[in-house]
Design a binder for this molecule. Structure first.
Ligand SMILES: C[C@](O)(CO)[C@H](O)COP(=O)(O)OP(=O)(O)OC[C@H]1O[C@@H](n2ccc(N)nc2=O)[C@H](O)[C@@H]1O
Ligand SMILES: Nc1ncnc2c1ncn2[C@@H]1O[C@H](COP(=O)(O)OP(=O)(O)OP(=O)(O)O)[C@@H](O)[C@H]1O
Length: 287
């Protein structure tokens, strides 16, 4: 039977660890990251159109719905690469905050590739989808694979890991716009005093140790974003003060996430953010 309408979830990612090794000749940075997903997710609905066209809609009015949207770019790329002469209508139910450091656009692109692979019976493997996704952005391959992974290269070389210990994730996004290219552009690897330890984080994850996972969190891009935007540092301090067990900025920011093992502490951290930050979300690790 021909399926004409499908649904895909596009979860947000957080970086439990983000280290930069060096700047590369192609302008990108060689990174080592440990990424995982949380259950805050966009929802995509994809429906076959009778004409050869890509149409996008969303319930939020402040994101582009044309070629600038990563979901549109993903649909165009897979159509062109595999010679698909069919159309699709994509509705994007946006729940992940935009330009937040949570890979919202990348996850939408990944969900579009996964969804159109099914809708158009292309039978592409996850590896093939990841390779295609890398053309759209460094975070897209991880968003295709999902779960928890060690990412190297510019973020596209992935090794799957076992999931982190289950916990609550409180996400707080200050009302500022941070450009990823800008943050990497201002980053100076030689100014770093220390690098976060990938082996320590891998060890914490393999032992399912929540406290060691919190102790091993680290993101070298904080050196740029926290200096430039003191409100991001304030949010970190505020979460720590109100009892979060571990706190870190995700990606290039500005979203800060706090990890909490006991539900009873969630309300305290959430309430502690009042007056500091309006946009706060409570999520769980996707395990
Ligand atoms: C900050 C992270 O989100 C952490 O997961 C990623 O490293 C960035 O992933 P992304 O937003 O998918 O990044 P891309 O869309 O590929 O690149 C945006 C810009 O960020 C810079 N960039 C990105 C990735 C990387 N490894 N080195 C870089 O220098 C480049 O200037 C690039 O032009
Ligand atoms: N599907 C999409 N959803 C949200 N924003 C999008 C989308 N496609 C393109 N954009 C544009 O991309 C910019 C970055 O949005 P996005 O939410 O992907 O950033 P991000 O979470 O910081 O990503 P990353 O963590 O990968 O750096 C926004 O300014 C927006 O205009």
């Amino acid at each position: 039977m021909m399926v004409s309408k499908i649904y895909e979830k596009a979860p947000a990612k957080i970086n439990l660890l983000l280290d930069v090794l060096r700047k590369r000749e192609d302008g990108f940075h060689e990174v080592e990251m440990i990424m995982t997903m949380v259950d805050l997710a966009d929802r995509l609905e994809m429906e076959e159109l009778p004409r050869d066209q890509i149409l996008l809609s969303s319930q939020v009015g402040f994101i582009p719905l044309d070629e600038k949207n990563l979901a549109f770019q993903a649909a165009k790329l897979i159509k062109e690469r595999y010679g698909v002469r069919r159309g699709v209508y994509i509705h994007l139910d946006k729940q992940i905050p935009v330009a937040a450091g949570l890979a919202g656009g990348s996850s939408d692109a990944a969900a579009t590739l996964r969804g159109l692979n099914r809708l158009w019976n292309l039978e592409l493997s996850t590896d093939e989808l990841e390779t295609l996704g890398a053309e759209l952005g460094s975070d897209v391959p991880f968003c295709i694979r999902g779960g928890t992974a060690l990412a190297k290269g510019r973020g596209e070389k992935l090794e799957s890991l076992s999931p982190p210990p289950q916990c609550w994730v409180i996400l707080a996004k200050p009302p500022i716009n941070v450009s990823t290219a800008d943050v990497y552009g201002k980053f100076r690897v030689n100014d770093l005093k220390e690098h976060p330890s990938i082996p320590d984080m891998l060890d914490a994850l393999s032992r399912q140790s929540f406290s060691d996972m919190c102790a091993s969190l680290g993101n070298v891009l904080e050196s740029v974003t926290l200096n430039r935007y003191p409100e991001v540092k304030q949010i970190k301090d505020c979460m720590l003060k109100s009892g979060a067990d571990g706190v870190l900025m995700s990606g290039s920011g500005p979203t800060v996430f706090g990890l909490v093992s006991k539900e009873i502490k969630v309300a305290r951290v959430y309430n502690g953010l009042r007056g500091f930050c309006k946009e706060v979300y409570v999520a769980r690790m996707l395990t």
